[in-house]
Design a protein around this ligand. Structure first.
Ligand code: SF4
Length: 634
């Protein structure tokens, strides 16, 4: 709450925020006070002052009945604003009904409504206003309905999109599973969560309807005499524009200023509550808000990740395969990220390297690499930083190298692009780096194509490519999975040596807990898109999932006659993560609490965090493997 208030104060202190607020207050004050204070002057007919230009007595001149235009413009504020707000309310309510109907109706009817809205959205707004004006007739009432219904399709589309994004959230699934009816689901769970963005867009929509209304009155099919709004005054002023231009200019300026007030206020509110307007899609709300303890943010931190989330839009809402992950990597540190397929570990690596493409949405409370915020640093600046300071090694380097270009040239390109080296020098550097990663006959090999390299050599060349700059972090995603054991060992040694020689941090992503324990001193265990345990490799795991992973690892001491240990069941799909602990269905220690509440990642001792309501007690009987490194294949 305090944070939200601080945001409001900060927004109002910006030039745009302060201007928008002042303008809106002025417009509203005039709408309330002007008819009370100046109604008489605005209607006072003076036959001695017909069609006069600006003077000390009549600042903006008079109309063809000698009435003061300045006071008429001020008094017209109330009707103009009132009608615009009324039309906006009609548009929002109709749009809300049309936008949420599909979630209540049977499928064929829902499709029909959606298709109708899509068709209506395709028509230009002004055309719809004129179309509805013909239907509802000339006059104030007809114009209000025409403008309101013309706004409805845009709000219907917005409500549909917002409802779909909220419908994908856990709490809606939980309510659905517990038997909550459709209408109750809509009124209790969906509508309250789409209110804020709808209000913001309605504020901006009020500016548009003000403009549309003035247009109708100007054309003579809106407000009728003796009533008048700014559009009508504009029409009357245009008749005598050569005698008194101010008579047309003043209502025009009033329309623009009031429209500006609504739009700027809408944009300011959107900035405060984090809603994007216009054609940009709304980001999903964090599924697991900052629930993990603060990350370890020291001076030597290379990477700081706080509440990282990756979400993909789906027709029925958002799928969130990475849900609020927080960790820190320090210079020279090697951390392993382990978990089964689909746990979100690779996506986490791609997200921190800004390699996740739209339409996926990456959000984080904080995502800093080498002290720079990855999500907000301009693309060009970030490209330079990532190109020289971050190296990625993928599982299949065959797909990472361009098959039509020689390896040396591909490495040299990095130095040409990011360090501005001339072609020959860049190639010499490429040969040097291939040598550094133990590629025999590096000069000759640099002139070969990727298909002429073995799998292990391609991986080493990939690391060599990362070394073309001065990498502060290497992210290796399953780098040894496709390699035989000997080559695997060589590659892990190469990574370890690179780390020692250059103080480079390493994130090793792998499903193989033994491989990780060989190379890393710390391990992050991921399950269903969340970090469930963060522990030293030499530590004793306390999360049932980590212990189960470890128990399923084969080593030389494994009893060959005993049945192979497996983790029963399968991880949940990213769009079907249950309420409570995601591991509950597979956990031997599950309790009722686990099925209701998602456990928070908490520190159990320095350097060891666990997300489990019932973490294993280290003093009690231990399973076959005491610690991660004991289970490793060292
Ligand atoms: S919270 Fe409960 S279900 Fe989840 S891992 Fe811990 S004991 Fe198992």
């Amino acid at each position: 709450m305090v944070n939200r208030r601080a945001k409001w104060v900060a927004a109002l202190r910006t030039p745009v925020g302060a201007f928008a607020a002042a303008l809106l207050v002025l417009v509203l004050a005039l709408a309330v006070l002007a008819p009370i204070l100046w109604h008489g002057k605005a209607f006072e007919i003076d036959t001695n002052a017909i069609g006069q230009g600006p003077s000390a007595e009549h600042w903006l001149g008079t109309d063809d009945l000698g009435r003061d235009i300045f006071f008429r413009v001020l008094v017209a504020t109330r009707l103009s604003v009132l009608l615009a707000v009324l039309a906006t309310v009609i548009g929002v309510v109709t749009g809300l009904v049309l936008g949420t109907l599909p979630s209540l109706l049977p499928r064929p009817a829902a499709r029909l409504v959606t298709a109708s809205v899509n068709i209506a959205v395709a028509f230009p707004g002004l055309l719809l206003v004129l179309f509805f004006s013909v239907i509802f007739g000339v006059g104030t009432h007809g114009a209000v309905l025409a403008v309101g219904f013309a706004l409805a399709p845009a709000f219907a589309r917005l409500a549909q999109t917002l409802s779909a994004s909220v419908a994908g959230h856990d709490f809606v699934s939980a309510a659905r599973i517990s038997g909550v009816g459709r209408i109750r689901l809509l009124t209790r769970h969906i509508l309250p969560n789409i209110g804020e963005p709808l209000v913001v867009n309605a504020t901006i929509g009020a500016g548009s309807s003000l403009l549309a209304f003035s247009g109708l009155s100007f054309l003579g099919i809106g407000v009728q005499a003796p009533e008048y709004d700014w559009g009508r005054l504009l029409g009357e002023g245009l008749n005598g524009i050569y005698v008194n231009p101010a008579a047309a200019l003043a209502p025009g300026v009033a329309v623009v200023l009031a429209g500006l007030a609504f739009n700027l206020v809408g944009e300011t509110v959107a900035g405060v509550i984090g809603v994007r307007t216009g054609s940009r899609k709304l980001p999903p709300r964090p599924v697991t808000p900052a629930r993990e303890e603060a990350v370890d943010d020291r001076d030597d931190a290379v990477l700081v990740v706080e509440n990282l989330q990756v979400a993909f839009p789906r027709p029925a809402g958002w799928t969130v395969p990475v849900r609020g992950v927080s960790f820190t990597v320090r210079a020279g540190e090697a951390i392993g990220v382990v978990g089964e397929s689909g746990s979100g570990k690779s996506l986490t690596g791609l997200a921190v390297s800004r390699l996740v493409e739209a339409p996926a949405v990456v959000t984080a409370d904080r995502l800093d690499f080498a002290g720079k915020p990855v999500l907000t640093t301009p693309e060009r600046e970030l490209r330079g930083l990532l190109g020289t300071s971050l190296a990625m090694v993928f599982q299949d380097p065959m797909t990472s190298f361009n098959p039509t270009r020689r390896i040396g040239r591909q490495l040299a390109e990095v130095a040409e692009q990011h360090q501005g080296l001339p072609r020959a020098k860049a190639f010499a550097r490429a040969v040097d780096r291939l040598r550094a990663v133990r590629i025999p006959a590096a000069e000759r090999r640099a002139r070969q194509y990727p298909h002429e390299f073995s799998g292990g050599m391609r991986q080493r060349a990939m690391i060599g490519m990362g070394l073309m700059g001065d990498p502060r972090l290497i992210i290796a995603d399953e780098p040894t999975t496709a390699l035989d054991v000997t080559v695997q060992r060589q590659l892990l040694r190469l990574l370890a040596r690179t780390r020692t020689e250059r103080n480079t941090a390493i994130i090793l992503i792998s499903h193989d807990i033994a491989v990780v324990s060989q190379t890393c001193e710390r391990m992050l265990v991921m399950y269903a898109g969340r970090l469930v345990e963060d522990l030293p490799s030499a530590g004793t795991p306390r999360h049932p999932y980590t212990r189960a992973l470890l128990a399923a690892t084969l080593d030389l001491e494994t009893d060959r006659d005993a049945p192979l240990a497996v983790i029963p069941g399968r991880p949940p799909e990213p769009d079907r993560v249950p309420t409570g602990c995601a591991f509950a269905d597979r956990c031997p220690a599950v309790t009722d609490r686990c099925r209701l509440e998602d456990p928070v990642l908490e520190r159990v001792k320095p350097g060891h965090r666990v997300a489990c309501w019932h973490p294993h007690e280290t003093s009690s009987a231990q399973p076959a493997k005491e610690s991660v490194t004991a289970g490793g294949a060292e």
